[in-house]
Design a protein around this ligand. Structure first.
Ligand code: AMP
Length: 219
């Protein structure tokens, strides 16, 4: 691996595979996955001020205000574990967030290596999202139809028998999350295209095929 940090942005609608692929790159490239959705869910669970502000917004499928999100990421990317690089999964989601990210990176002598856009068809997203669940113990991800546990009701990774589903992974909220993506997030794609940083990836394929293509870009 080169000495230069690899800083990646993942763009794409909910359910396009960003989180799954960020886990793969985190594992294979040794760079940190920074999921703003995971950070917010942790804040909601812990009952912090941020969590209290975000909970109802997330349940509606709307976006949490930019100032809160920018503050969250600004604190995170300067932590020592980000020295080799990071994958931003779910940030930026608006043009002001994208602009604030560019500024905070240049203030810290950092830059974006690539912005990856996962292209997918909206109709498959609802099916992908509403069927997903994860192990309550180790967090391993599954899907009712596409990736069930090998043994019914038992996690393949740790053998635990309790599972959770995200509160916002229901049909109604997904529709609003997709709308938020098309209205607020898709317009930032040209921002990265103009900077020559955008790479489009076909997110409709198998998880392994997408991972292979991503690793070929960064290895
Ligand atoms: P995700 O796990 O990325 O699907 O995010 C779950 C929810 O967290 C979203 O539907 C938003 O309500 C909120 N969220 C996550 N990241 C952001 C962000 N960068 N800006 C605004 N809201 C966000």
């Amino acid at each position: 691996m080169s000495d230069k940090p690899i800083n990646i942005i993942f763009l794409g609608p909910p359910g396009c595979g960003k989180g799954t692929q960020a886990d793969v790159l985190d594992d294979k490239l040794g760079i940190v996955k920074l999921s703003t959705g995971d950070m917010l869910r942790a804040a909601v669970k812990a009952g912090t001020e941020l969590g209290k502000k975000a909970a109802a917004i997330m349940e509606r499928g709307d976006l949490v205000p930019d100032d809160l999100m920018v503050g969250l990421i600004a604190d995170r990317i300067t932590q020592p574990d980000c020295a080799n690089g990071f994958i931003l999964d779910g940030f930026p989601r608006t043009l002001p967030q994208a602009e604030a990210l560019s500024k905070m990176l240049s203030d810290n002598g950092l830059e974006i290596t690539k912005a990856i856009e996962f292209t997918v068809n909206d109709t498959i997203l609802v099916e992908r999202i509403t069927g997903r669940f994860s192990c309550a113990n180790c967090g391993a991800g599954y899907h009712d139809s596409f990736k069930p546990t090998t043994e019914s009701g038992k996690c393949d990774e740790c053998g635990h028998t309790e599972f959770t589903r995200r509160k916002d992974d229901n049909a109604e909220t997904v529709t609003q999350r997709l709308k938020a993506y098309h209205d607020m997030t898709a317009p930032i794609i040209p921002y990265y295209q103009d900077k020559g940083l955008l790479v489009k990836i076909d997110g409709m394929r198998d998880i392994d095929e997408v991972s292979k293509e991503l690793l070929a870009i960064f290895n």
